[in-house]
Design a protein around this ligand. Structure first.
Ligand SMILES: *Cc1c(COP(=O)(O)O)cnc(C)c1O
Length: 357
């Protein structure tokens, strides 16, 4: 099997070996040291300010999205949400559930945000902006610089779901003024699902301490207190935190986030070049190296996904809902190589000969 989905993705052998071990007890100084190192490397790769803090939540990426809204925002906030697909819609749903006033900028599938959309919003005092760096459902990588400038101009709290973007794109929290940056273990961190990570600016941390949260598990104050000694309030997914540690150290030794970004970008460029001349169009112009959304011009996207999986042992990522017949996505994150790309291209060419593409 070769896995080109956007998560869970393929892990290195080093990471997989840790998954085969017994999970150790964690209320120890040894585990605390690993957590301190995880925090240090996450901050380094997110270009976070020195006073930034990191929370490792046991849950999938959505746990961080919900925790961010619950802990950093209050009913006195007015949130602006960029909604161009199912992950933008998720922020809308979360704000609705937690009764955070919001306004959504609705974008067409595949559309980037521009100055024009920002000029058309109502003239209200928005206090926070929520965006998915990559709207993974359509592969759009939003113009974060534009949004960063907008947040600075209006002194807004800047909350970025970088769950599929972290390590694939270079995102500089400090320069962009990002207050919450989130990722998940099963995306470019290339570990099993189960841990969601939040990097928090000093401003976000202060907001969390000033806020009362009606939840035991999602209240980040005890998590921030325990993190001071390298611990978590509840039993975390200990094994995955050990895998994350191995992975973060391997990235650091191989040249850091810049090198990882270059590796992913090289795989993405290679794939995009190799599909030129095939009956495919790329669904958006605003691309991240993390994923290529592909629109087949003479076959149904979902059928291509099924045939690749069932007859070639290759997994790409199907789309749900309205786009399921129109777009499939090819991820470039995880332990993949140019040779893997070649195998995918060969399979697609073979399907083309069989009239299936
Ligand atoms: C994968 C992903 C998530 C999180 O999804 P989970 O299934 O909860 O891990 C959130 N936002 C984006 C942009 C994603 O790509």
């Amino acid at each position: 099997m070769i896995n080109f989905t956007v998560g869970p993705v393929q892990s290195t052998e080093e990471v997989r070996k840790i998954g085969a071990e017994n999970v150790p007890y964690f209320r120890t100084q040894e585990f605390s040291e690993i957590m301190f190192e995880n925090e240090r490397l996450m901050k380094k790769f997110a270009f976070a300010e020195e006073n930034a803090k990191v929370v490792f939540l046991t849950g999938s990426g959505t746990a961080s999205m919900e925790a961010a809204v619950m802990n950093v925002l209050t009913k006195n906030d007015k949130a602006l949400i960029i909604n161009g697909g199912s992950f933008g819609q998720r922020f809308v749903n979360i704000c609705k559930i937690h009764k955070i006033p919001y306004y959504e900028i609705k974008l067409e599938a595949g559309q980037n945000i521009t100055q024009k959309e920002l000029e058309e919003i109502p003239n209200e005092d928005f206090s926070a902006l929520l965006v998915n760096a990559n709207e993974t459902s359509t592969g759009v990588h939003y113009d974060l610089q534009l949004l960063s400038d907008f947040c600075k101009e209006h002194s807004m709290t800047f909350i970025v779901d970088a769950i599929s973007s972290f390590l694939a794109d270079i995102i500089d929290m400090k320069t962009m003024g990002i207050d919450v940056l989130m990722t998940g273990s099963q995306k470019a961190l290339a570990c099993p699902p189960g841990i969601s990570v939040m990097v928090l600016s000093e401003k976000a941390v202060n907001k969390i301490y000033a806020n009362e949260v009606e939840s035991l598990y999602f209240d980040l104050k005890p998590a921030l207190e325990d993190a001071k000694r390298g611990q978590t309030p509840f039993t975390p997914a200990v094994g995955i935190l050990l895998q994350i540690n191995a992975r973060l150290k391997a990235i650091d030794e191989a040249g850091g986030v810049e090198a990882e970004h270059r590796k992913i970008a090289a795989l993405a460029d290679d794939f995009r070049n190799k599909i030129k001349g095939m009956p495919f169009e790329i669904f958006t112009e605003a691309l991240s190296p993390a994923v290529t959304p592909v629109r087949p011009t003479s076959a149904k996207a979902y059928d291509i996904f099924l045939t690749l999986k069932d007859e070639y042992g290759i997994w790409i990522c199907p789309n749900g809902g309205e786009l399921s017949d129109i777009v499939f996505r090819v991820g470039h994150i995880g332990d993949l190589t140019i040779e893997d790309n070649d195998k995918l291209i060969e399979a697609l060419q073979d399907m083309q000969k069989r009239g299936l593409v």
